[in-house]
Design a protein around this ligand. Structure first.
Ligand SMILES: *Cc1c(COP(=O)(O)O)cnc(C)c1O
Length: 619
């Protein structure tokens, strides 16, 4: 079935347009759940009687609950961010799918705990299913792969590094326990085996009944006694969970290497090669390379296909590293490339389908060969982080990790999965394979509902994410095309940072003729304050966005050229080493209609004009 979904039916809507349907479903789930309770041993007497329910204390307790709820509702309304509105273009957040919300709300009444099957027979099975769906979305073979829901991309990244670290330490452990399996290989070669070869060694250790012994000799048993497992290479654009991860896993900050990014804020693959060559020359192994599909600040897509090609070439030379893709943000966008039967489309076919099916209007001109090839190359990675609570449009907390070869989870599991899996393919005791313990089955049910209603291909998520990309491109092209804002004899230009690879647009305002980066940063910081919680209750804001700073510490000298576009004196960049920009993650699917967008754009410009007036001239 590849009937297209209608994006307008997916959300409660900016004006709660789909409220009646939502309420009807809420009534259904309450009634249905109450029936479930009543039918459990129907002959048991009710515990709470009508007489109890008439008591003063009883009524007072209900009243207390009502008042607490009203108080909470007031707090939430006063202080919450209106993600649902197209006027909100800030962080990676937007309205969540009705289907996912209902799934969450229904399931919370059952409160399953996906730590152990016993506490969640229904939702553990859903988690395994959802893991397979995400593995398939990434192009992995769902039968061979492994995937599960985490609390978010941060924990998924931790798990990715946990897998990589434990894997890297296995060959040396094998040498201690079963040297005959790795005879003739020296330490360098043992630290440079490909993932598949290491997992084959693990299989042989298991067959010999000595896997537990191997694990005891690996980093898992012995700890990070030597720092010889090597470096973790991440682009400068990395999410800061990687900085935390090397700390937590005892790898150390000094072993985290930042690979420069280019003007497109994608990893500079030539620089990656130079770094790897330098490490090889010093006989320092590479524990892992992390590529990002959808950077947190820019939405940039690293040229994964080039990184994969590089990896394969090094592998031929006996240098191997684990490859993890951090697609926490961009992962779901792979659905834009899968047809109704989940086949990855050819390049020309993608654009044809997008225009034929009305996913993107022709004038959007979004897709580039690089972005296409990067998404195509994703199944070449060892593992991938992908967050349902970002471009999956589900409520928190739902991230996910998928790994290409499920055998790898033995390296982090605390249960002899291979023993009890003999009868069942599903590892049911999730808590022994993952970082977390108790975890909400409700979050999993929400993801399952989302996937059930919105297929993970161009008939479903492709349409939804396509609409957001189209909105982002309208926004981006309007920033490029618009004349400067003329205000009281002053003139303000706005320039976007880079052509968006997905749907995040970074941009900065600048008073024409001003050579001072300090003044420009002050202006954009002040604009952010006018367009965020900082200016008071969000409910009265005209427009809400987020910001980021492109600093030398994070990005090296890359941001200098962006400053140049405004005519900023390079000496100012030398001195300050930081450019403040506004950052708009455009997840809303409601900016696609040209006529509506024209109105929207006028509103945006008006909001910016008023904000600049309020800020006033520089001191
Ligand atoms: C958001 C994000 C993360 C962290 O995910 P959380 O769900 O916030 O923990 C990691 N990596 C990237 C690229 C992200 O965009």
């Amino acid at each position: 079935m590849d009937e297209k979904i209608d994006v307008n039916a997916l959300f409660l809507g900016p004006k709660a347009e789909n409220y009646l349907f939502f309420r009807e479903m809420l009534a259904f789930l309450m009634d249905d759940h109450a029936e479930w309770r009543r039918h459990f041993h129907p002959d048991d007497n009710p515990v709470v009687t009508p007489e109890d329910q008439g008591r003063r204390e009883f009524l007072a307790t209900l009243q207390k609950t009502r008042e607490a709820l009203i108080e909470l509702a007031g707090n939430l309304q006063l202080c919450s961010t209106p993600w649902f509105s197209p006027r909100y273009l800030g962080h990676m957040a937007t309205d969540t799918l009705i289907a996912a919300n209902l799934g969450y709300m229904l399931t919370i009444l059952y409160n399953p705990n996906n730590c152990a099957y016993e506490g969640s027979p229904a939702t553990t099975a859903l988690e395994i299913e959802v893991g397979r769906q995400l593995a398939k979305l990434m192009g992995y073979d769902p039968q061979k792969a492994w995937g599960h829901i985490t609390s978010g991309g941060t924990v998924a990244n931790y798990e990715g590094l946990w897998l990589a670290r434990n894997l890297k330490s296995i060959p040396l452990a094998i040498r201690s326990v079963m040297p005959e399996l790795v005879a003739r290989l020296d330490a360098w070669q043992l630290l440079n085996l490909p993932t598949g070869a290491i997992l084959d060694l693990v299989d042989r250790a298991k067959e010999a009944g000595r896997f537990d012994e191997v694990r005891r000799h690996s980093v898992r048993g012995a700890g990070m006694r030597d720092k010889g497992l090597g470096k973790v290479l991440v682009p400068q654009s990395k999410h800061y969970s990687w900085t935390k991860a090397v700390d937590i896993f005892g790898i150390g900050q000094e072993n985290l290497v930042s690979v420069p990014v280019g003007d497109d804020y994608r990893m500079d693959v030539a620089a990656l090669k130079t770094i790897i060559d330098g490490l090889i020359a010093e006989r320092i192994p590479i524990l892992a390379v992390v590529a990002v599909v959808g950077t947190t600040e820019e939405g940039s897509v690293d040229e994964l296909h080039e990184i994969v090609r590089l990896r394969d070439r090094y592998e031929d030379r006996g240098v191997c590293f684990y490859l993890h893709v951090d697609a926490a943000y961009g992962g779901y966008a792979r659905s834009l490339f899968l047809d109704g039967e989940d086949r990855f489309l050819g390049f020309t076919e993608v654009s044809r389908q997008h225009s034929r099916q009305g996913i993107l209007h022709d004038d959007t001109e979004w897709l580039t060969v690089d972005v296409y090839e990067a998404f195509k190359a994703m199944p070449e990675a060892d593992s991938i982080t992908v967050d349902p609570h970002k471009l999956g449009y589900t409520p928190y907390a739902a991230g996910a990790i998928v790994a290409k070869d499920r055998r790898i989870i033995e390296l982090i599991s605390y249960f002899a999965a291979y023993v009890f899996e003999a009868t069942d393919d599903n590892p049911m005791l999730l808590g022994s394979y993952i970082m977390e313990g108790s975890k909400a089955g409700a979050a999993v049910a929400a993801v399952w509902m989302a996937h059930r209603v919105v297929p993970l291909n161009i008939t479903g998520y492709g349409r939804l994410i396509g609409a957001s990309i189209e909105g982002a491109y309208r926004f981006y092209r309007s920033l490029l095309a618009d004349p400067p804002l003329a205000l009281d004899g002053r003139s303000f230009e706005v320039i976007p940072l880079a052509r968006p690879d997905l749907n995040i647009v970074d941009y900065a305002f600048h008073e024409q003729g001003n050579p001072s980066l300090e003044a420009m940063n002050r202006l954009n910081q002040a604009l952010y304050e006018q367009c965020s919680y900082k200016s008071g209750p969000l409910y009265v804001n005209d427009f809400i966005t987020s910001k980021t700073a492109l600093t030398r510490q994070e990005y090296g000298e890359t941001p200098r050229s962006y400053g140049g576009k405004f005519g900023i004196d390079p000496a100012e960049w030398e001195r300050l080493g930081s450019i403040s920009v506004l950052r708009s993650c455009i997840l809303t699917p409601y900016l696609t209609r040209a006529a509506c967008f024209a109105d929207y754009w006028r509103t945006f410009r008006g909001a910016m004009e008023r904000a600049i007036r309020r800020i006033g001239p520089p001191a």
